[in-house]
Structure formats: structure tokens, C-alpha cells
Write a protein that binds this ligand. Structure first.
Ligand SMILES: Cc1ncc(COP(=O)(O)O)c(C=O)c1O
Length: 407
């Protein structure tokens, strides 16, 4: 058996009774109630949810062709935009927070802009009000990318509810999971109808994909345990690191094809049962994060990234930390990434620096991304999984203390 391993993010483990093949499959209804909204729409992934949202908006504003996203985000986002026949524009980040720079966002928005995507990176809530102001000034929509932030709230309301459309991911590692899955929400009933129509015209049943995802979810239920995770996560990670392939190690190596099919009934049942435990799990993570963030903040030179928009309460799949220099960050990761201490990178590069996604960025490769590059070079994510016990967290603190001195 492999050594105990900490997963890179705090996913909600499944229990045997979640897997029963009977009972209500109304995950959409249960999620809507959990969030306190009238309705949500399920999709087979966050990426597919984004594509449904873009298809709906395209139909409402066919002359608009550009979508503005943060220059440091999941590469699936520009892949989805390009696959929707739209053009990506990259907005640089603020120097003081991993969120879009409002001034640059204003400069990027024009009558060509279809939508702007404020992104709640790693559970930290983005400034959606600022994005709305820029978008509204040119008649564009706001889609909140809340893929990593199910359960986060703004003035008591769920993230995703401030913009025109919001989406969550139910992929592995995002907290609640159906192995892959996506959730769409919109405050406006007309937009909700447009999302349903876009789903009907773009999503097709696929038994092959559903069988594959069901098998993967079963595998997750079995392997997402400290003593088994080494098999599913530790080995591939160490192999990628041994080859110096950080993009693969971080899981940023996405294929071009984006499956588009409904979320099957069995996986919806599993998700619905696990949802009963999510609130308590997230409260436990928040309390652990609060204590650990304070200890990280006490180390001179380290910058833990907390909630930076007033009135917001994020979720804590990971603790984000900015190191004093790219050299210190890289040395830390070279020495400790594969050691099972829960260290990882949210994303390896600012989007233009992957190279492999250049074809979907097109002209956006030349957008200014100076701060995004700096965030990409100095950020680390520390797993907030409860399996990162006190002993190992204390060891990590010692390592980080030395890294901060390195800077
Ligand atoms: C910020 C962000 N947006 C979108 C996605 C896409 O979600 P999914 O993996 O469910 O397709 C992800 C997934 O990691 C993400 O992190």
C-alpha cells in the first residue's frame, strides 16, 4: 500500500451509502434549495456549462464576438470560448489580489464584448460589482466563473447570483463531485429559459460518456482515501515531476475535445446524497483555514490570500499563498511538490505562456498580462484537506519559513 497522501484540494469524500442506485435523482432541486435560489440547471461539466451559457448569450446578442477572462485561469475556459466560435480577450490581474484589474477590464470592453468572466479563483470571491460596471457600460453580460467556489457567498447570497449567469464545477477536487459535472444559475427567468433552450440545442445523450464517468466516480469513491490516494494521484504526479512536466503535474494538460452530454441519473443520486454533508464539511474547512491562514500570515515574507472583497465569504478547498520571489516558489516546488504535503499550483502559467493553447488565444496572446505572470510565478496552493494533519502542517510551516528567507 502507498504512503498516506494529501490530495491537492479538499474534496468531499463519498461514503458507501451515497452509491445506492435508488432514491431521488433530483440533484438540481436539492442544489437550488441548498443555495437558496429558485432553480439551477445541470450540465456534464463546468466547461460544458460555460458553453451552454455562451450559446444562450450568443443567441441574444449575435453581433458580439469577444469574451473577456482573467489571464490567469483554467485553460478549459479559453478552450470553451474558442469551441463556441468566440474570441478570447485576456485581462491582467490586480497586483494586490488574484482578480481582474478593473482599469484594464474597462479598456478591454467594447461593443464587441459579449461577456466578461469574473472568476472566483480557488474559492476566493472576485469583485463582480466592478466587472458588472465595466460590462454594463458597453451592454455586455457577466458570467461568474464560480467553478471553484460552490458554497461561497456575497452579502449572504451565493456567488454566481450577482452576475447575469453563474456556473459551478462538480469535477473531482471541487468539494461536491459527480466526477465531472456543472451547474448553471441565473437570476433572470428569461435567461434561465435561454439556458434551457441552449442546452436542448447543444447537448446530446451519450451512453459511452455516462458509463465512463460512472466508472470514474466509483473509482473516486474507492480511492479518495489517505492510504489509497497515492495510487490515483501520487504516482502520476511523481512521474510528471520526474519528467519536469509541471503542466501535467498540475493537471493543466487538457485535451481539445469537450464532452457535451447530460449528467446521468445515478451520478445525480450520488451527488444529492453527498450534498447533505457539504455544509458541515465546508464549515470544518473554513475553521481550519482561519487558523492556518493566521499561522501563515505570521511568517514574514509570505502573503496568504484571504477574502479581499468586503462582504464576501469564500470557500476553502486550498489556502493560497504568494511567495516573495519566483525563485523561492520554484525551489519550494522542486523540493516538496511530490512529497504528499498538499503543495500544488492552482495553474502553472498565465494563459499565453502555456504555448499549447496559443491557437485558442489568437490575438489575445498579445494582451498585457504582466501581473498575471507574476501571480503565476509566485503563487502556491496548500491543500486544505482535513487529511493534512497538524504534524504535517507544522512541517510545511517550517519549510515555508525557509522558503520565505530564500526570497
Ligand atoms: C476557474 C475554472 N473555470 C472553469 C473550470 C472548468 O470546470 P470543469 O473542470 O468542471 O469543466 C475549472 C476547472 O478546473 C476552473 O478551475
Amino acid at each position: 500500500m502507498a504512503e498516506p497522501m494529501v490530495p491537492p484540494t479538499a474534496g468531499l469524500p463519498l461514503i458507501a451509502s451515497d452509491l445506492r442506485p435508488w432514491g431521488s435523482a433530483d440533484l438540481a432541486g436539492a442544489l437550488a434549495q441548498w443555495l437558496g435560489v429558485p432553480a439551477v440547471q445541470l450540465e456534464c461539466s463546468g466547461t460544458s456549462a460555460l458553453m451552454v451559457a455562451l450559446a444562450a448569450l450568443k443567441r441574444l446578442a449575435p453581433a458580439r464576438t469577444e469574451v473577456v477572462i482573467p489571464a490567469y485561469t483554467c485553460p478549459l475556459v479559453p478552450l470553451a470560448i474558442a469551441a463556441s466560435g468566440l474570441q478570447v480577450r485576456l485581462c491582467d490581474l490586480r497586483h494586490d489580489a488574484p482578480d481582474m484589474d478593473a482599469e484594464q477590464l474597462r479598456a478591454l470592453c467594447s461593443e464587441r464584448t459579449l461577456a466578461v468572466l469574473p472568476t472566483h479563483l480557488c474559492g476566493r470571491v472576485a469583485d463582480v460589482a466592478a466587472a458588472l460596471e465595466c460590462a454594463r457600460a458597453v451592454g455586455a453580460y457577466v458570467i461568474e466563473d464560480a467553478a471553484q467556489a460552490l458554497g461561497a457567498r456575497v452579502h449572504g447570497e451565493p456567488v454566481g447570483w450577482q452576475g447575469d449567469i453563474g456556473f459551478y464545477s462538480l469535477a473531482v477536487g471541487k468539494g461536491l463531485t459527480t466526477f465531472e459535472g456543472g451547474v448553471l444559475l441565473a437570476r433572470d427567468a428569461g435567461l434561465r429559459a435561454a439556458l434551457q433552450q441552449a442546452n436542448r440545442s447543444t447537448v446530446r445523450a451519450s451512453l459511452a460518456w455516462e458509463l465512463r464517468r460512472s466508472a470514474e466516480l466509483l473509482g473516486y469513491a474507492f480511492l479518495y482515501r489517505p492510504r489509497r490516494l497515492g495510487l490515483a494521484y501520487g504516482r502520476p504526479l511523481r512521474s510528471a515531476l520526474a519528467q519536469g512536466d509541471w503542466v501535467r503535474a498540475a493537471g493543466d494538460d487538457f485535451a481539445g475535445t469537450i464532452p457535451r452530454h447530460p449528467l446521468g441519473a445515478w451520478r445525480r443520486r450520488v451527488g444529492r446524497r453527498a450534498l447533505h454533508r457539504l455544509k458541515r464539511f465546508q464549515a470544518r474547512l473554513a475553521s481550519q483555514a482561519q487558523k492556518r491562514m493566521a499561522r501563515l500570515a505570521a511568517i514574514p515574507g509570505l502573503e496568504p490570500v484571504g477574502d479581499f472583497v468586503p462582504g464576501t465569504r469564500g470557500v476553502w478547498p486550498v489556502l493560497l499563498l504568494r511567495l516573495p520571489s519566483p525563485g523561492a516558489r520554484d525551489a519550494l516546488m522542486h523540493a516538496h511538490w511530490g512529497a504528499g504535503l498538499g503543495l500544488s499550483l492552482p495553474f502553472v502559467h498565465a494563459l499565453p505562456d502555456y504555448g499549447r493553447y496559443g491557437h485558442v488565444l489568437a490575438a489575445a496572446r498579445h494582451d498585457r498580462v504582466t501581473q498575471a505572470r507574476d501571480w503565476a510565478a509566485r503563487l502556491v496552493a496548500i491543500s486544505n484537506s482535513p487529511w493534512l494533519d497538524e504534524l504535517r502542517f507544522a512541517r510545511l510551516l517550517q519549510i515555508l519559513q525557509l522558503s520565505a528567507l530564500d526570497g
